[in-house]
Design a protein around this ligand. Structure first.
Ligand code: PBG
Length: 326
């Protein structure tokens, strides 16, 4: 007798019945870039298919995404002015604050707004924190991040997501939110964020590349796995509600380990370089974009992610509706 695993693959309905990995549009988050100004709706060259909006036009992007079945969004800001301490990040009339206000006014509880909390888009040097000489001053950055998170929550953000990788920032942000009455605003921590070449198209899109040095003194080294668990456990102990692994595709082992260790939901960020790679290969007819997108997303959930942040969120939602993944 031959043992035949193939038996369960012979029928489409059966194949779906026995799927181990379930994918739902409810678990997808779509990032948006919002730029200071008016009437902006421009294609992002490094992220083909993605659009940069201004606070007065972003509702259009949200409307379109809602129609496709995605209702959670992550906002990244591009200010018109940058300075040493990234003051635009915590300006109550900053670009993210304005966009969050607009969107909450227009869509209320129909959408869920997550804001990226970091200084790199707002600092003239492009680093994620305040600078002291040639290095990033971890502790001096904490109050700035707390102020940023607070101003986002005050503008209507449903959740804040610090991506800076400073030590102690979850406790600083949680403390500030609680003190000001935002006890119910969750924090999604970019807990295991690696120093990665895959952020290239994002830095182009957000104009946030460091002007000197790199981010290796605060973002993680790709050689390390156990350290990710340390970062995750620390962030949980400081009050994180969701922990994130980023990037996703080269870090599926980390997602898997973290999902076994963390007693809270695990998010994975399939970053700009992962998206751009599929786009570029598809453009040359080397791979089928739709199938590569589907396979990639499923692999991230299969590894253990509960939530996926991806520039393909709207298209994936369509694939789920069609039953190609799900
Ligand atoms: C800000 C931030 C970055 C990304 C998300 N938040 C860039 C970076 O750390 O350089 C990258 C996201 C992407 O590549 O899609 N710190």
């Amino acid at each position: 007798m031959i043992i035949r695993p193939r038996r369960l693959r012979q029928n489409n309905i059966l194949r779906k019945m026995v799927r181990e990995t379930k994918v739902s549009a409810d678990s997808l988050i779509l990032p948006f870039f919002v730029r200071e100004g008016n009437n902006i709706e421009e294609e992002i060259p490094s992220l083909c298919g993605q659009t940069r909006y201004s606070p007065d036009t972003i509702a259009k992007g949200v409307e379109k995404a809602l129609k496709s079945g995605v209702s959670s969004f992550m906002l990244f800001g591009i200010p018109s002015h940058k300075d040493e301490n990234g003051t635009g990040a915590y300006d109550e009339n900053g670009v993210v604050q304005k966009a969050a206000k607009q969107l909450k006014k227009g869509f209320g509880g129909d959408i869920y707004i997550i804001t990226d909390v970091c200084l790199c888009e707002y600092t003239s040097h492009g680093h994620c924190g305040a600078i002291n000489g040639a290095s990033v001053d971890n502790d001096a950055t904490l109050p700035l991040l707390a102020k940023t998170a607070l101003s986002h929550a005050a503008a209507g953000a449903d959740m804040v997501a610090p991506s800076d990788m400073m030590d102690g920032r979850i406790a600083a942000i949680r403390g500030a939110l609680d003190e000001q009455g935002f006890c119910d605003t969750p924090v999604m921590s970019y807990a295991a964020k690696y120093s990665s070449a895959f952020y290239g198209p994002f830095r182009e899109a957000a104009g946030s590349a460091p002007q000197f040095g790199d981010r290796k003194s605060y973002q993680m080294d790709c050689h390390n796995g156990k350290e990710a668990i340390k970062e995750v456990l620390l962030d949980i102990s400081e009050g994180a509600d969701i922990v994130m692994v980023k990037p996703a595709l080269s870090y599926l082992d980390i997602i898997s380990e973290v999902s076994k260790t963390a007693n809270i939901p695990v998010a994975a960020y399939s970053v700009s370089g992962e998206y751009a790679m599929i786009k570029a290969a598809a453009k040359q007819n080397l791979i089928d974009e739709y199938n590569a997108m589907c396979e990639t997303a499923v692999s991230i959930f299969r590894a253990g992610a509960d939530i996926l942040i991806t520039y393909y969120a709207a298209e994936l939602s369509g694939a789920i509706k069609k039953g190609d993944i799900g």
